[in-house]
Design a protein around this ligand. Structure first.
Ligand code: GLU
Length: 603
């Protein structure tokens, strides 16, 4: 959510700033801006909508400045307008800000009383005013930034530059991610390491509270109390290949097709030796309950894992939405817990707040995320990487199946420690089939395109499943909502007659996840109940299941036959394809759906 990119060089930086913003686009935003400083002073160019709109303005302005800051904004306060876009400038100080200033109202009133003349509605404008006043009072940039810690409530990352010193960029990280890097042509700051491809070989991952002072040939990092510190460096993926659509129309489609190779990457890291045992030094035989915490799609991955934990490892698991868990009352029931926090970015604000709460309660925490340079990776007691590679499409696809693949291996690990060896073996063997089964679904894309064309006219859609496929029904509905904007709901098929069946009519497609398995006959009855109410049924199942229900299906999508345990992983793919092709038929902006951000770094 929102992106910061900044550069200081011995040549004009406007082009590199716009390129940086393009690479941050996937995070989600509604307006963008850059500011640079040259001999004539500070220049600011902003545009509502896509970075492409900003790019043409920047080209027309021909900004010659060799220092600049840039931002993609996901408005939280004020409107997505040019005036409210960042950089925000006050008295020769230009600031880009990621996050929310929760006490901006009180600060704005105070600053106004002190004569500051606000020109925007954004909460962020208090920051350049605070900094410029501090500098006017004789404080250095570092002291001014540290004042923000005291003044601002909320989490943020801030970068700023001043007209008075055209050689240095300043930044502070307080809750929102930021990396700094030095390359042959200058120094850079970015919200995301992948945006530095081609500019620098490695990047310094700032810790919370760090300040950075960046020149074209030097980086200095200081901790909260101003001591110079050295922070971990991570390699920057050189090619920027993550930003290549690989010949597909959209990143999302490429990422759907990436899934078998992600499954193989997970397999080769996790199935060689005891990878999980080396990462996580916990004895799960001494754990009474697993607590899973996540948001959105990651939450659905956790719901599947809950079932696996019970079935394979004989341990009960609770799943909480992070946004609820962080404020939920805690019951000290004496059970020994371990918590798993699942995210794609590892920067999800709610999930990090849950992490803090759990740490306060003394619960051991395990983070699972795609970004190894993330706060979750650093701050959880233990960490497991998803290895999905950069996911650019806002709607998660390969990171979701990677979550399931990693969680399943985690379940097998816990099962072994708890003496459920045969069940763990079965799960591992099933996981070994996953890459091939995924490939089989990818080969069926054409059949899904045909279904999607009729689906695209629907105003609303239902998704149903049972057992471990119930969370997939919710995930299928979420995916469709996210990118096609069709209203959709996922239900446990057995719940339909307790209310939702009232929604079934001849116009409403009902996607039923119905592969052969222990609950197939129950689900088949639910499907027939829908057929009796003239619902338009789209069945997703293996051949045997499709045959058994062929008399009631309006359309069918075939899944390969596989162990029931991995059906949720395989069934994710036709649901992703369906959402994608429905959204394509409706002409949606698939990789950047309206109102959504990839990495939800605000509460
Ligand atoms: N709260 C700020 C605004 O609305 C920054 C939002 C962001 O992180 O993009 O301008």
């Amino acid at each position: 959510m929102c992106g910061i990119f900044a550069a200081v060089s011995d040549r004009p930086v406007a082009g590199v700033l716009v390129q940086g913003l393009k690479r941050l686009e996937y995070r989600g935003y509604d307006s963008a801006g850059v500011a640079t400083i040259d001999d004539d002073g500070m220049k600011r160019v902003c545009a509502v909508g896509k970075v492409a709109a900003l790019e043409s303005r920047v080209e027309a302005e021909r900004l010659p400045g060799c220092i600049g800051i840039a931002h993609t904004r996901w408005a939280t306060h004020g409107s997505p307008s040019e005036g409210d876009s960042h950089p925000q400038i006050a008295s020769g100080v230009a600031v880009v800000h990621n996050g929310i200033v929760e006490n901006h109202g009180a600060l704005r009133r105070r600053l106004k009383r002190q004569g500051c003349n606000f020109h925007s509605e954004t909460d962020s404008e208090v920051i350049p005013w605070l900094i410029s006043r501090a500098v006017a009072d004789g404080l250095g940039a570092a002291q001014a930034l540290n004042l923000l810690d005291e003044a601002l409530e909320g989490s943020f990352a801030v970068a700023f530059m001043t007209e008075a010193d055209r050689n240095v960029l300043h930044a502070k990280r307080h809750g929102s991610p930021l990396v700094a890097a030095l390359g042959p042509q200058g120094g850079y700051l970015s919200s995301d390491i992948s945006a530095l491809a081609g500019l620098a070989k490695e990047a310094i991952v700032l810790s919370d509270g760090d300040l950075v002072e960046l020149r074209r040939d030097a980086i200095a990092v200081f901790d909260k109390i101003g001591r110079p510190v050295s922070r971990p460096r991570l390699p920057v993926e050189a090619s920027g290949g993550a930003f290549d659509k690989g010949g597909y129309h959209h990143y999302m489609l490429k990422e759907i097709h990436d899934q078998p190779s992600v499954a193989r990457a997970v397999e080769s890291r996790y199935d060689r030796g005891d990878f999980i045992g080396e990462q996580i030094r916990l004895d799960f035989d001494q754990v009474d309950r697993i607590r899973l915490i996540a948001c959105g799609t990651s939450y659905y991955a956790c719901l599947v894992a809950k079932r696996w934990f019970a079935e394979i490892a004989g341990v009960s698991a609770e799943v909480d939405l992070a946004s609820e868990h962080r404020y939920a009352p805690h019951v000290a029931d004496g059970l020994r817990e371990a918590a798993i926090l699942v995210s794609q970015s590892g920067e999800t604000a709610d999930t990090l707040a849950s992490l803090e709460k759990l740490e306060g309660l003394g619960v051991p925490t395990i983070g699972i995320a795609n970004q190894q340079a993330s706060t979750l990776a650093r701050e959880a007691d233990y960490f497991l990487p998803l290895l999905a590679g950069a996911e650019i499409g806002v709607a998660s696809t390969k990171a979701f199946t990677a979550q399931l693949l990693v969680l399943a291996r985690f379940v097998a690990h816990v099962a072994e420690q708890r003496g459920h060896r045969a069940a763990a073996r079965r799960l591992r063997a099933a996981l070994g089939e996953a890459p091939k089964a995924m490939e089989a679904v990818l080969h069926n894309e054409a059949a899904i395109v045909a279904v999607a064309e009729t689906f695209a006219k629907a105003r609303s859609a239902l998704f149903v499943g049972r057992g471990a496929l119930y969370p997939l029904a919710m995930e299928g509905a979420l995916k469709l909502k996210e990118i096609s904007y069709i209203h959709a709901e996922g239900f446990a098929a057995g719940e339909l007659k307790h209310g939702p069946i009232a929604l079934v009519d001849e116009q409403t497609p009902v996607v039923a996840l119905a592969p052969t398995g222990a609950l197939f006959s129950k689900l088949a009855s639910n499907v027939r109940e829908i057929a009796a109410r003239k619902g338009r049924i789209i069945l997703i199942g293996d051949r045997k299941a499709l045959l058994a229900l062929s008399d009631v299906a309006d359309a069918s999508l075939t899944l390969p036959t596989c162990d029931e345990l991995i059906q949720p992983i395989i069934a994710a793919i036709p649901l992703q394809f369906l959402a994608y092709h429905v959204a394509a038929a409706r002409g949606r902006d698939i990789d950047r759906p309206r109102n959504l951000a990839k990495s939800v770094t605000v509460e």
